[in-house]
Design a protein around this ligand. Sequence first.
Ligand code: KIV
Length: 261
Amino acid sequence: MNVISFAKMKKKGVPISMVTAYDSWSAAIVQESEIDCILVGDSLAMTMHGQQSTLGANIQMMSLHIAAVRKGAPQAFIIGDMPFLSYRKGLTQAMDAVQAIMQAGANAVKLEGVAGSEKIIAHIVESGVPVMGHLGLVPQSVNGLGGYRVQGKSKPQEEVLLQQALDLQELGCFSLVLECVPASVGNKISQQLQIPTIGIGAGSGCDGQVLVLQDLLGVNKEFQPKFVRKYLHGYDLIKDALNQYDADVKSREFPSQDEEF
Ligand code: KIV
């Protein structure tokens, strides 16, 4: 997979699969699977660091996790998130953030929104760094949006989203994430764009789908938003394995003779 593959897959009508990974062991498994690409998303602030939102992610955190993912998945196409405000403080700081993310091992960067970031997006693209956009529910703006809610529900909002998507395409983005928009909006935007859309809660009309790995594996028992399908009941499976280990230790079943030197 490389940046050109995204356009090719859209052209051929082959859906693109993307998952997040934040560490080297899970990245290694993802690389050995059929999944097309890895996102080191700023959701790692929540998933890996227990924070309430993605606002706590910073460039040091992102770089550390991207480097770990690159070690586990040396062949994978990795997209690294630009964290909160890292591209809103001027060109030099934005480019320093891009440099850190790319030098940590990413193949592309992702950033949220478009208004006010046009020059920076164009400059990143002109610098030879592929950019993935992110529209709809943009979690870094959770305070401005008044919470995690579906975006683009009204006709005017839908039109704004479509225009933003066209703007990102015009600025040179190779793909964009559409998060939590009505399926009809996801479908319409995907149809009107030449670049592929990767949906999360944006319906089956998108050109690809992304899920957070921990959500897909069901390791957080309480977290069940409508758009997540759990492919594993990871929470129960992991807890059962830990309880089995505990029982084996306490009953001296572990270690056995075969597990001793
Ligand atoms: O950070 C993240 O995990 C993301 C996905 C929700 C697309 O941006």
